[in-house]
Design a protein around this ligand. Structure first.
Ligand code: MV4
Length: 491
């Protein structure tokens, strides 16, 4: 089944390539767009056609709706896949595509808009009997209302921006003294970041887990889920490690949460692929938000279910009925994703863009590496600093961890600082190994101590490798034997 003749991918990097891979398997032609900073990028070379969309700043290129639609029409693309980030959750873009007769591969613009409002989506879920955290039902009207609600739910509470995301405008309040100030600060930040000052308050959970469910919904009322992911390990609201399934999931909890995830999708008239995010603490879970896009971490779900989420997105957007029943989807084994970024773990994770001088990615059993870079490529400073998504699958969680450690050992990246040592530290952390994680995991002392040591070890490894390359030992570098060589040097 072909679904479309030609699809435009309105994104860059690894996710553009991920979508194009699905298109290629489906025999669909691909159209890439690229900014002046990306003329040498892999996604441009991978596509059947590529069009310059504008200057490097996202507002002039990957966020330029009119220009992207012009390219879609000029190239004859019938549909646009937005990837994640950029225009993926911009309801105006989805609406504009609809008006211009181009299929937006994602949910309807009305659903995207409704889910963009935390207050509206929370109310919708409350009505659908999905658990939500107690707090103000709508936006805060005044300090008196805020005080009485905070007293009712009990401190600590959290102030959140209704239009928010990524923790922007969020403030934790421990007692009545800080409340008014937090609301004012939240309103100010929300106004300048989103043009909407509406904030609300809810009960704050100290160390919750972030558990999410992948859902698929077609345009004929069929909704299924593809099980759960655990995404608690984050830094500044950027996920670093994700896995599927969630290590603490029980059949009973899964049944309840999955039913809620399906209820969320049905209540919002959801179509296409989406993710329902929950906070979990002490046996209870609460709806947090719904992401109306393909997510970075969809990979781990694909690995445990054997299903291609992007192909399902394309089929759904073409009006097809879901080709799967809920009972067709089962979990096989366990998968972990580490996001490898060009960042300096010892310098507050400052981005470290630059040229990749040597690059060799891991392989062998149970590996998946989604990447938009290659040896000799310069990571531009303009966009995110992701090098790759390193994913390991195992028959059980323990084997997935062993394989991830082995993959980190095999990985050679020279030229930029990377988060590999951080991932090494996490994969050897006994709390992680026990599945004992939460949203403040990286701030804990035990992580800080081990991290510094692993970063130094990794730097030594890469320096030794660089030196051996300068001595002409290229063969070792490309065969991977260099890792063995380096380890024996250390002894
Ligand atoms: C919370 C919370 C605890 N209690 N809400 C962070 C991003 C935004 N989408 C919501 N976030 C949180 N909301 C209540 N009522 C803790 C967080 C939170 C968090 C959530 C998921 C993953 C990582 C996190 C890191 C810090 C805070």
């Amino acid at each position: 089944m072909k679904f479309f003749e030609k699809v435009l991918i309105a994104n860059r990097g690894e996710i553009a390539i991920r979508v194009m891979r699905a298109c290629r398997e489906l025999d669909i032609e691909t159209v890439a767009i690229y900014s002046t900073a990306d003329s040498d990028a892999l996604h441009v070379k991978y596509a059947d056609e590529a069009f310059l969309v504008g200057e490097a700043p996202p507002a002039k290129s990957y966020l330029n709706m009119e220009r992207i639609l012009d390219i879609a029409k000029k190239s004859g693309a019938e549909a646009i896949h937005p990837g994640y980030g950029f225009l993926a959750e911009n309801y105006r873009f989805s609406k504009l595509c609809h008006e211009e007769g181009v299929v937006f591969i994602g949910p309807s613009w009305k659903t995207i808009r409704a889910m963009g409002s935390k207050i509206e989506s929370k109310q919708m879920m409350r009505d659908a009997d999905v658990p939500v955290l107690p707090g103000t039902p709508g936006g805060i009207q005044g300090p008196e209302e805020a005080k009485s609600i905070a007293d009712e739910v009990g401190y600590p509470v959290i102030v959140k921006a209704s239009a928010g995301g990524g923790g922007i405008g969020m403030h934790i309040v421990h007692d009545e003294k800080g409340l008014e100030e937090a609301i004012e600060a939240g309103r100010r930040i929300a106004q300048s970041a989103f043009g909407d000052a509406t904030v609300f308050i809810e009960k704050y959970l100290e160390k919750p887990r972030h558990i999410e469910f992948q859902v698929l919904a077609d345009e004929h009322g069929n909704v299924i889920h593809l099980f759960d992911r655990e995404c608690s390990i984050q830094r500044r609201h950027q996920k670093l490690v994700e896995e599927a399934p969630c290590p603490i999931m029980t059949p009973e909890l899964r049944e309840r949460m999955a039913a809620s995830a399906i209820a969320v999708a049905k209540a919002s008239d959801y179509t296409n692929a989406g993710t329902v995010e929950f906070l979990y603490a002490d046996g209870n879970y609460y709806f947090m938000e719904m992401n109306t896009r393909l997510q970075v971490e969809h990979t781990v779900t694909e690995m445990i279910t054997g299903r291609d989420i992007v192909k399902h997105q394309i089929a759904i957007a073409a009006g097809e009925s879901l080709s799967l029943d809920q009972d067709d989807v089962t979990i096989r084994g366990h998968a972990i994703e580490c996001r490898i970024n060009a960042e300096d773990p010892l310098n507050n994770f400052a981005a470290d863009p630059g040229k990749i001088l040597r690059y060799r990615s891991p392989g062998g059993p149970g590996m998946r590496v989604d990447s938009g870079i290659h040896m000799g490529y310069s990571i531009p400073p303009t966009y995110d600093s992701m090098i790759s998504k390193l994913c390991a699958w195992g028959a059980d969680r323990s084997e997935a961890i062993s394989r991830m450690r082995r993959a980190i050992y095999e990985y050679v990246i020279i030229g930029v600082k990377t988060t590999l040592p951080l991932h090494h530290a996490i994969m050897h952390n006994r709390h992680y190994i026990n599945g004992d994680t939460h949203t403040h995991f990286l701030q804990e002392e035990h992580m800080q101590k081990t991290l510094a040591r692993y970063v130094r070890e990794e730097e030594t490894r890469m320096q030794t490798l660089a030196a051996s390359l300068r001595q002409g030992k290229q063969i070792a570098a490309i065969t991977g034997a260099v890792n063995v060589y380096i380890n024996s040097q250390k002894k």
